[in-house]
Design a protein around this ligand. Structure first.
Ligand code: ACM
Length: 247
């Protein structure tokens, strides 16, 4: 929280600020106890209170990865907070590596939140490898997908994000972590991609940073690839049944 506090003033004036995955706990747990001790119930712990206080101080919305406790279960979650409180929550669906030792898979679907100035969805880190969830969120009307991350596979996701943005004509903000924790090194290079697939900001591989870019949501609402090709209307779902089968 001290680290976030020291950087977040640079985001004064922003509408939406995105923090990395598991921003209240770190990622590389050595025991179930460690994971549980660093978790909190959404809206009822010090991290939720801190995020709310920052939203009240600066007037922005915050998206933050959080180690969420719900009864006996933990979820690798992302929350959307405003100065009025918690607006929404997403629980990571596609768990990475040993995360199933600590977390249940997400069970809240793929919600979209209409903030008036923008429709926003959240995905978390390894969700990047599954194009289905990006497409579903775009089809639900997301202008922007916020993607808190603790990426460890060098360079892969950073290449995929502009493609997800282009293929769905949406904005994507991947807020990744830098540095190391135990045997895991995080790959930094947070990326913001626009609906044309252009990278409009790429952060450093090793330095912590914060900043602001302008997004034009009207670009994300134009799904015409050509005057005759609508991104979603041209789909052939009758040919995609295999996508809904378990392998
Ligand atoms: C990851 O899903 N944190 C790699």
């Amino acid at each position: 929280m001290e680290k976030i506090d020291s950087l977040i003033g640079q985001c004064a004036g922003a509408d939406v600020v995105v923090l990395p995955e598991l921003a209240n706990s770190g990622y590389n747990f050595t025991s179930k106890e460690q994971a549980r001790e660093s978790s909190e119930e959404v809206g009822k712990g010090p991290f939720s209170e801190f995020l709310l206080s920052k939203c009240r101080q600066y007037g922005f919305h915050l998206v933050a990865g959080i180690n969420e406790r719900d009864g006996d279960s933990l979820y690798n979650s992302s929350i959307l907070v405003s100065s009025d409180g918690i607006i929404g929550k997403y629980r990571k669906m596609h768990l990475f590596w040993n995360e199933p030792d600590f977390y249940q898979s997400g069970n809240l679907g793929l919600p979209i939140f209409d903030l008036g100035f923008c429709k926003l969805g959240m995905l978390i880190c390894f969700d990047w490898i599954h194009p289905e969830v990006w497409r579903i969120m775009a089809m639900k009307g997301a202008d922007l997908i916020c993607h808190p991350s603790n990426l460890v596979l060098p360079g892969l996701c950073q290449k995929a994000i502009p493609v997800h943005a282009m293929m769905n004509r949406i904005y994507v903000i991947t807020a990744n972590r830098v540095g190391a924790e135990g045997d895991k090194t995080f790959t930094g290079m947070s990326v913001i991609a626009d609906p044309k697939g252009d990278v409009i900001h790429q952060a450093s591989q090793s330095e912590e940073e914060a900043g602001i870019v302008d997004l034009d949501v009207t670009l994300a609402r134009d799904k015409m690839m050509t005057p005759l090709n609508h991104l979603f209307d041209d789909r052939r779902p009758e040919e995609y049944a295999l996508l809904c089968e378990k392998k």
